[in-house]
Design a protein. Structure first.
Lengths: 114, 112
């Protein structure tokens, strides 16, 4: 099993450009998440999807949109990239089951916005 | 609101020495607590989790953590550090399981 996969691994954008980060999981998990990781700030939740067909804002949703395409895939879109969105983005998934559930993380996408 | 505080952004230990990484949490409801490890250029992997079953939790690679409600702490320990333990460690908390709050991380260096 591949687990959680993310594409692309690296991306350089110019300010104002748009892009979509892709995430897929093959563990039949219901919940999926997008985080950003910045130095000295840990991981911060951008959006999550508790189940197929639902999405909710996390701690830092501004400037991002998400789509839960199906149970496997959860994409993150930057409509107009800004330098403040330079970060490492992680997708995660978890099985349903309340707060005991374990999150499984993808390898990350490193984004640089110039 | 929930949060976690990790004291010490960088910790160095000698190989074979005790590892102690500190995590204090703030939660208005009984928390569920997690420790994750991140190796360079990789995603996070679960080390262990506390889900109210037992206060002393054993994880992978010889790590364990003790939940102390009176101190609102969930410190991570390992009796004897190995070179392969060098990584970044994150403490996280949740109550509902939808929103997880991560600490800022502790980078562990193991000195040979």
């Amino acid at each position: 099993n591949a687990g959680v996969t993310q594409t692309p691994k690296f991306q350089v954008l110019k300010t104002g450009q748009s892009m979509t980060l892709q995430c897929a999981q093959d563990m039949n998990h219901n919940s999926m998440y997008w985080y950003r990781q910045d130095p000295g700030m840990g991981l911060r939740l951008i959006y999550y999807s508790a189940s197929e067909g639902t999405t909710d804002k996390g701690e830092v949703p501004n400037g991002y949109n998400v789509s839960r395409l199906n149970k496997r895939e959860f994409s993150l879109r930057l409509e107009s990239a800004a330098p403040s969105q330079t970060s490492v983005y992680f997708c995660a998934s978890s099985e349903v089951g309340g707060p005991r559930k374990t999150q499984y993380f993808g390898p990350g996408t490193r984004l640089l916005v110039l | 609101a929930q949060s976690v505080t990790q004291l010490g952004s960088h910790v160095s230990v000698s190989e074979g020495a005790l590892v102690l990484l500190r995590c204090n949490y703030s939660s208005s409801v009984p928390p569920y607590l997690f420790w994750y490890v991140q190796y360079p250029n990789q995603g996070l992997q679960l080390l262990l989790k506390y889900t109210s079953a037992a206060t002393l939790v054993k994880g992978i690679n010889g790590f364990e953590a003790e939940f102390k409600k009176s101190e609102t702490s969930f410190h991570l320990t390992k009796p004897s550090a190995h070179m392969s333990d060098a990584a970044e460690y994150f403490c996280a908390v949740t109550d509902t399981g939808n929103q997880f709050y991560f600490g800022t991380g502790t980078s562990l260096t193991v000195i040979p």
